[in-house]
Ligand binder design. Structure first.
Ligand SMILES: Nc1ncnc2c1ncn2[C@@H]1O[C@H](COP(=O)(O)OP(=O)(O)O)[C@@H](O)[C@H]1O
Ligand SMILES: [Mg+2]
Length: 318
């Protein structure tokens, strides 16, 4: 089987990381000085936190970077025992070769329990002469303050449109794909700044066709075209209930979309509707209520039809 493209095209050095210019600049400075504090990488999934940590280690330690680098995924190994044993064992031995220190990378460290974080804090203190920690997390608020204050914090943002496009075009060229502009727009829309998702969607689409169109992208990611969602909402707001429901059924039955996905996309399109602010607020409320009912187990088709009916009432308000 073909290697996943997220692995095949994973950057090897800091220079190859897409976007995050300020962060990369600061990290390169650490490499140049061969010295760094403990680091905390926070941000949404798929924007390059893990990759950046690996690249930093490679740039610092060269060929044999693995002997001075310990990677732990806290979601699998989140307990206090792991911190006590694995981390301590690695942290207490000297760096190999001419490396100035070792690096312990704790991926998804917001999954560590409070006890484990407290143990970690002490380990960070005790071995800070020969060991640096890089913690990565989605939610920095789940990291206890004493750890936060010991780290230089790097906030990774969702990747910018142009950064994602650049990477997709590069991969497209290497893989012999033709991606048209609508296809690119569609990948940007469905991936929401998550480059891992964008690359995975591209690879899945490429298995269907070398010519990547928006049609294929929306189909494989079971998302509706944004304009279709908007047109359904507009029909409903203009009291064309039957027509709006036809669009809805088409999405649910022919495209196999779940009620939850349709709701999420409706929610996302609210700012793009040309209606008064007050009606947008009512819309958010109606969608929120519908979402709650579906989560509680109510019938999706009935709830979404009822939502479209509600939109008609909101549309009529003045
Ligand atoms: N900024 C980036 N530059 C280059 N590739 C990236 C970037 N962010 C994500 N990727 C791609 O997506 C994959 C997942 O990235 P990863 O570093 O694991 O994200 P995170 O740890 O933030 O969830 C990588 O293997 C790489 O192919
Ligand atoms: Mg990661």
């Amino acid at each position: 089987m073909e290697k996943p493209w997220v692995e095949k095209y994973r950057p090897k050095t800091l220079d190859e990381i897409t976007g995050h210019d300020e962060i990369i600049k600061r990290l390169k400075n650490y490499v140049k000085k061969r010295s760094m504090p403990h680091l905390l990488f926070s941000g949404p999934p798929g924007v390059g936190k893990t990759t950046t940590a690996l690249c930093l280690a490679r740039d610092l330690f060269g060929e044999n970077w693995r002997s001075n680098f310990l990677e732990l995924n806290s979601s699998d190994e989140r307990g206090i025992d792991v911190i006590r044993t694995k981390v301590k064992d690695f942290a207490r031995t000297k760096p190999i070769g001419d490396a100035p220190f070792k690096i312990i990378f704790l991926d998804e460290s917001d999954a560590l329990t409070g006890d484990a974080q407290n143990a970690l804090r002490r380990t960070m203190e005790n071995y800070s002469d020969i060991c640096r920690f890089i913690l990565s997390c989605n939610y920095p608020s789940r990291i206890i303050p004493p750890i936060q204050s010991r780290c230089a914090i790097f906030r990774f943002s969702p990747l910018r449109r142009e950064d994602i496009i650049k990477k997709l075009k590069e991969i497209g060229e290497r893989e012999g794909l033709i991606i048209d502009d609508e296809g690119l727009d569609a990948i940007i829309y469905v991936s929401e700044g998550d480059l891992r998702k964008a690359i995975n969607v591209l690879q899945t689409a490429a298995a269907v066709s070398k010519y990547i169109t928006d049609e294929i992208i929306y189909k494989i990611s079971s998302k509706a075209r944004p304009d279709e969602i908007i047109s359904m909402m507009k029909l409903a707001l203009n009291n064309k209930f039957t027509e709006a429901r036809e669009v809805l059924y088409n999405l649910m039955i022919d495209w196999g979309m779940s009620g939850e996905d349709i709701l999420l996309q409706m929610f996302r399109e609210i700012p793009n509707l040309n209606i008064e602010e007050r009606k947008k607020v009512d819309l958010v409320e109606a969608i929120g209520e519908c979402d709650f009912r579906i989560v509680e187990g109510a019938n999706e088709r009935i709830q979404l039809s009822a939502l479209l009916a509600k939109l008609g009432v909101i549309g009529k308000e003045n």
